[in-house]
Design a protein around this ligand. Structure first.
Ligand code: FAD
Length: 305
């Protein structure tokens, strides 16, 4: 039953008509629990509050699967504006973005040109950028683009998903770039031809990725709400005397907030991924897929308490 619900929400996440409708009608159905605001302006106070607590953030202007050049240009401008706003507001924030928003599905030249514009602004304002990882069909291309950009700009990282069979090889292959990587379980619906179907295998692979990347001496962001993975990381860094400034934990805005506070109080670096914007639908559906209890929360929002 739980798997069927998960599949259902991941199916809905890709629905283009719903995505368009959602954009028009603003943050609805409890999406504001997971999305800081419909615009950067309205999200700044949430970001500042997190910073004041002692938590750095990474902001993400929501949007994905753009299929025309004009929209990709607009999304690129949004990213550039976000970088400038981070500098102007003097907030402790990085930027996360998705290559499909910058034209990945349109042409290689377009996505590279848009990314170079973003990276030049980011370099100028000393803002760090992470390329989120999307579904498997875009993984190889995303890593190729990351490698190209990493040889031109130092302030860039990307994401590796533990559910993919290929990921341990990717982490080893990327080692020559000494990259800062965000390690996650993976949020898309993938077939058993490319991804571990069982959670226990995903978790085991996740631990291998963390160990490999940290012991290779690279900066590692462990982006999870899973206590078992967090405790594994704590024990690993202690065992190998890995310095506190070689890794950080990351969690999503609005999820396991008490645990976020606790890790920070224990002295760990705890970065919050803060999404904003009116293209919230796909992101929100993936969060519902991760936890059926969230669906009850939405139903309460729709039908009243
Ligand atoms: P799970 O085993 O799914 O969850 C562990 C526990 O955390 C659950 O038992 C539950 O208590 C809690 N939990 C998890 N999710 C939720 C939720 N939605 N609502 C409430 N409680 C929850 N995925 C990508 O594919 N590409 C990316 O670029 C990417 N970037 C990410 C960046 C950050 C900072 C984070 C935290 C996640 C990112 N993800 C990304 C999502 C990730 O792949 C997982 O889908 C998501 O983090 C859930 O997995 P988990 O590691 O928390 O473990």
């Amino acid at each position: 039953m739980e798997q069927a619900m998960r599949d259902f929400f991941l199916f809905l996440a890709k629905n283009k008509t719903m995505t368009k409708l959602a954009k028009r009608y603003g943050l609805k159905f409890g999406a504001s629990r997971f999305v800081a605001g419909a615009s950067l302006d309205s999200s700044i106070s949430a970001i500042k509050k997190l910073n004041e607590k002692g938590m750095p953030v990474t902001i993400d202007h929501l949007g994905e699967f753009v299929d025309n050049e004009l929209e990709a240009k607009e999304m690129t401008e949004h990213c550039i504006d976000a970088i400038k706003a981070i500098a102007k507001e003097n907030v402790n924030s990085q930027l996360s973005l998705k290559l499909t928003s910058m034209g990945l599905d349109i042409s290689d030249d377009l996505v590279m040109a848009n990314m170079r514009k973003i990276m030049q602004t980011a370099q100028k304002h000393n803002v760090f950028v992470t390329i989120d990882m999307e579904d498997y069909s875009r993984c190889a291309k995303t890593l190729d683009i990351f490698k190209k950009l990493k040889s031109e700009f130092d302030n860039i990282s990307t994401v590796i998903q533990a559910y993919l069979y290929r990921s341990l090889d990717d982490v080893k292959d990327l080692n020559e770039y000494q990259p800062n990587l965000r390690l996650v379980k993976g949020a898309y619906k993938e077939s058993s031809e490319v991804a571990f179907p069982d959670k226990t295998d995903v978790d085991e692979n996740y631990k291998k990725l963390i160990e490999t990347h940290l012991l290779n001496g690279n900066y590692t962001a462990i982006a999870t709400h899973d206590d078992e993975i967090i405790n594994y990381t704590k024990a690993l860094v202690e065992k190998h005397s890995i310095p506190m400034d070689q890794f950080e934990f990351q969690m999503l805005y609005g999820i396991k907030v008490e645990r976020q506070d606790q890790l920070m109080q224990e002295g760990y670096k705890m970065r919050i991924y803060v999404p904003y914007g009116n293209d919230w639908y796909g992101y929100f559906m993936r969060r519902l897929a991760e936890r059926p209890a969230n669906v009850m929360f939405v139903l309460k929002g729709v039908f009243g308490k």
